[in-house]
Ligand binder design. Structure first.
Ligand code: ZN
Length: 389
């Protein structure tokens, strides 16, 4: 059992992904019930896991007088929904052998409301953060205990005492990444995806670039007919919105900023994922740059990615492919007319977008490759503990 994986599956992202797939693929025709189930469980988890008063997520705000009615309504609906769920043989889930989790979730939610009322009446509490009542703190603590003494799962009393003392002195409790829960601080660490120096790195003209252009003009069989599916197209457009947002932060020229965003989008995925109209919508040019980059990355094999200057070469190939087709407006031409030819704003804009996209995708590929390796300890740890060997 791993709660982390369960919450990843029963999440609003999965629900939205199913809704999205339903719109473009007939195979997902009957997926709406699953999507609804994922979303409902996700909202229930959110209510029981809120950590802040000011969350933007509608069901992840602290339980207070403002949210009480909304949550109570949801919980009543949720109860009816869960008690109405049926297995394929017609037996309801709450009467089957797997009832514990479902009834437990409903009662956890109901108890939270009762708990809030009691706390408010007796102790005048304004709001309740349900995460603080979960067992995560204890689990993280034991996870940290287990990681002591060379990841010792079965410490003796003396070893436990020593580890506990060490933790008390260092008071740095950080759990294992494979545990059921993550410590609170891990959610707030911001990932910085793009190193600032990337523009400098790729702008240096190397000898390889000239070779590459020569190679381009030669016969090039493998990339000519490379089409991606509608799923990938949509997802790339969604990611290119993120790229546009990143680029907006790096650029200080207002004219160029206007070329990144275009609020008129009919991308299905963006519309499904967009909560409170907060997502950045990419312009056609940004989307085109990203989709060409995606196609080029898909042409490459993982083993090629370890070669020297891979990113530089890839960048030049993509740029060579797209340069004449993007930002071709008279406004842009007048804007760059006074600027030097190799460092003008059009050039820089293209380079920022391509580089940001490449970095993002390569990191994700690297992460996937890394995750596919399972360490021996991870594979055998439960086996050894449970067989007392
Ligand atoms: Zn500019």
């Amino acid at each position: 059992m791993n709660v982390r994986l369960a919450t990843q599956v029963l999440s609003s992202s999965v629900s939205k992904a199913l809704t999205f797939c339903q719109t473009i693929d007939k195979e997902f025709d009957k997926s709406s019930a699953t999507a609804e189930f994922c979303l409902k469980i996700n909202n229930a988890f959110d209510i029981l896991n809120c950590r802040t008063k000011f969350s933007k997520n509608p069901y992840n705000q602290a339980l207070s007088l403002n949210t009480f009615d909304k949550y109570e309504h949801f919980i009543n609906e949720f109860e009816t929904y869960i008690y109405g769920l049926q297995l394929t043989d017609g037996c309801t889930v709450v009467n089957s052998l797997r009832k514990t989790g479902f009834i437990g979730l409903v009662w956890g939610l109901k108890n939270l409301l009762i708990c809030f009322n009691t706390l408010r009446q007796n102790y005048n509490m304004e709001y309740v953060l349900s995460y603080k009542m979960s067992q995560d703190h204890l689990e993280t603590f034991f996870s940290a205990m287990r990681s002591r003494g060379g990841y010792n799962n079965n410490p003796s009393a003396k070893e436990f005492k020593t580890s506990y003392k060490k933790l008390l002195v260092h008071h740095h409790v950080s759990g294992s990444q494979y545990g059921n829960c993550l410590p609170e601080s891990m959610f707030t660490t911001k990932q910085n995806i793009i190193p600032d120096s990337i523009i400098q790195d790729t702008d240096t003209d190397s000898i390889d670039s000239e070779q590459d252009f020569g190679f381009q003009n030669d016969h090039d069989y493998f990339h000519t007919h490379f089409n991606v599916s509608a799923f990938v197209e949509n997802i790339t457009e969604y990611i290119s919105g993120f790229i546009a947002k990143k680029a907006l932060k790096q650029i200080n020229c207002d004219v160029c900023k206007g070329y990144l965003v275009d609020n008129k989008t009919n991308n299905i995925l963006i519309n499904i994922k967009d909560r409170n109209n907060a997502l950045t919508k990419p312009s056609k040019d940004v989307f085109y740059l990203c989709s060409v980059s995606e196609k080029w990355i898909r042409c490459k094999q993982v083993k090629d990615m370890y070669k020297n200057n891979f990113i530089n070469k890839l960048y030049l190939q993509i740029k060579n492919d797209v340069y004449r087709s993007v930002f071709n407006t008279s406004t842009m031409d007048t804007h760059i007319s006074g600027q030097t030819s190799f460092t003008n704003h059009k050039e820089q804009l293209i380079s920022i977008i391509i580089n940001t996209y490449i970095t993002l995708r390569l990191r994700s590929i690297a992460k996937q490759t890394e995750n596919s390796k399972i360490s021996i300890r991870k594979k055998f740890t439960k086996l050894i503990t449970f067989r007392n060997e």
